[in-house]
Design a protein around this ligand. Sequence first.
Ligand SMILES: [Zn+2]
Length: 241
Amino acid sequence: MQASSAQQSHILELQLLDSEVMQANTKLKSLPEIEQLLHIDKRITSANEELAQVKAEADQIALELRRGEVDVETVTDRIKKDEARLSSGNATPKELEQLQHEVESLKKRQVDLEEIELEIMVKNEAIVARLNTLTTDLSSLETLKTEINQRLTTASTEVNLLILSKTTARNEVATRIEKPLLDIYEKVRTSTGGVGAATLIGDKCGGCNLTINAVEMNRIKALAKDELLRCEECRRILVRV
Ligand SMILES: [Zn+2]
C-alpha cells in the first residue's frame, strides 16, 4: 500500500494524540482520590457501626440510671413515712420497735442503692464522653470526605477537559488521513491495545520493540518512501523517521 510522507506523519500524529487520550483515561480511573474515598467510606461505615453500638449501650445505661433513681426515691420515701410515724407518738411499743428496726435496715438499703446509683452515674459519664468523641470523629471524617470529593471533581474535570481537547485534535487529524490508511490504523489499534502505528528506530519496531531481521531491513531500505511499512511481528504501521 502507498501512503505519502505527509500521510504517514499524520498517522504518527494521530497515534500520539490517541496515546495521550488513552493515558488520560487511565489517569482518570486511577486518580488517588478514588482510592482515598473508598478508604474513608470504610472508616465512616465502621465509625457508624461503633456509634450505633455505643448509642444502644448509652440507652441501656440511661435506663439503669432512671431505675436506680426510682429505687433510691422509693426507699427514701419509706424512711420518711416510718420516721413520721415514729415521731407521731401514736404507735405501740411493739410497733415502735418494729419501725426502728425497719428504718435501720432501710437506711442500709439506701446506702447500698446510692452506691449502685453512683456506679451507674460514673458509667454514664464515660459512655456519654465516648459518644461525643465518636460523633466528633465521624463529623471530621464526613468533612474530609467532602474535601476529597471536591478534589476528585477538580482533578476529573481537568483530565476530562484534556481528553476533550485531545479527542477534538485527533478527530481533526483523522479527517486529513485517507480512509484506507485510517482503516488499517484503527483496525490494528483496536487489536493491539491502543497502538496502531509506530516509528522504525534503527532496525527496531517502536511498537513491539522487536528487531527486524537483516533481510527484511534490506528490503525496507530498498523501498520507496511512500511505500507503507508494516511490522511483520505486530502488524503495526511502521513509519520511517
Ligand atoms: Zn512490531
